[in-house]
Write a protein that binds this ligand. Structure first.
Ligand SMILES: [Zn+2]
Ligand SMILES: [Zn+2]
Length: 337
């Protein structure tokens, strides 16, 4: 063993390291080893404040402009999460240009669900271990609350699993978003405030202002987006029907599909994760897929990975493992599509 290997790793911890982590994820790394499922309360403070910020709607009032903003931002950011964080960055279910990839990495970052790299790495781990004891967020193993949100409030899941996401680590712009993942949300909040203040001056008839815009468009819209997204990890593994005998407890649930723009067909998705569509039949609402089809028509995305018909029509438990994404971003075993 070389002297370098013998040297013990110096772990840093404490209040300042935690606060610095809010601005720079590499500060003070490596973190102290912690296998405990313990919530890091200081680290969780911004998440709690996001919820408290929703109370602003009672202080700063209502306007149709603010409500429209909240709904619009919910929809575009949900699309960024489902189409890009999930189907593109996690599963590589279609291709796009580097510019478009970065644009939707930015929009996704405005969802304040960490970077696409952090998100996709944890999600790949989920598919490799779904509902096994090693799954990061299984409601079957650790209960609803854990799978819904406690898992990412714990120190052990704070860091990015870089070994599972080597294919995206070669893009410096994505690595930057991962390291400084509070920067985009902060600029996003400032932009919403500025827009509301500008409208107060330019369109007084709209009856809005910066604080009202932030309450509805930043806090309330984001918190709604949070909990809708989190249901895919929690409810979509316990509530709904199972068309396919997958090795996990994933479910299909039309209500969850509605609020997540198509992600509620989670049993379908675990059956064949490489497909760009999650509603496997025409009556299974999948707005994300429809928008991606439209974007493909416009030439913005391409090579949408299809669902092989023979996989759609299989429902026995003795199936071979469907193609899964590897940490290098390739499918194993070879994609049959
Ligand atoms: Zn799942
Ligand atoms: Zn997935």
């Amino acid at each position: 063993m070389s002297p370098a290997e013998e040297r013990p790793i110096r772990h840093r911890s404490g209040i300042w390291t935690t606060i610095l982590h809010w601005f720079d994820n590499e500060t003070g790394l490596p973190l102290p080893p912690s296998d405990e499922d313990r919530v890091d309360w200081l680290r969780t403070l911004p998440f709690i404040l996001m919820h408290l910020g929703c109370l602003g709607i009672f202080f700063f009032g209502f306007s149709w402009a603010a409500v429209t903003l909240a709904i619009g931002l919910y929809l575009i950011r949900m699309f960024a999460i489902t189409a890009f964080y999930h189907r593109y960055f996690s599963h590589r279910a279609f291709k796009t240009s580097r510019a478009f990839q970065f644009l939707f990495a930015l929009i996704g970052s405005c969802s304040i669900q960490r970077s696409p790299i952090w998100w996709a790495a944890h999600h790949r781990h989920h598919h490799a271990h779904s509902d096994a004891p090693t799954d990061t967020h299984s409601p079957v193993q650790k209960g609803f609350l854990w799978s819904h949100m406690v898992w990412f409030l714990c120190r052990q899941n704070f860091t990015t699993r870089k070994d599972l996401i080597r294919d995206w680590m070669k893009f410096p712009e994505l690595v930057f978003l991962d390291r400084y993942d509070t920067l985009v949300p902060a600029l996003f909040g400032v932009a919403i405030y500025g827009l509301g203040e500008a409208l107060q001056v330019l369109s007084p008839g709209w009856n809005t202002n910066g604080a009202q815009f932030v309450s509805w468009g930043f806090f309330l819209s984001t918190v709604a987006l949070y909990h809708a997204t989190f249901t895919v990890n929690s409810l979509a593994h316990v509530w709904g029907t199972r068309r396919y005998a997958t090795r996990d407890d994933s479910r299909n649930n039309p209500l969850l599909a509605l609020i997540t723009l198509g992600e509620g067909w989670h049993n379908n998705h675990h059956h064949y994760p490489g497909a760009v569509r999650q509603g496997f039949f025409w009556w299974e609402l999948d707005p994300t897929y429809y928008v991606l089809r439209l974007m493909a028509t416009l030439g913005l995305v391409w090579d949408l990975r299809p669902l092989p018909e023979r996989w759609r029509d299989r429902d026995r438990i003795d199936l071979p493992t469907p193609p899964q994404i590897s940490e290098e971003g390739r499918f194993h075993p070879e994609d049959e599509s």
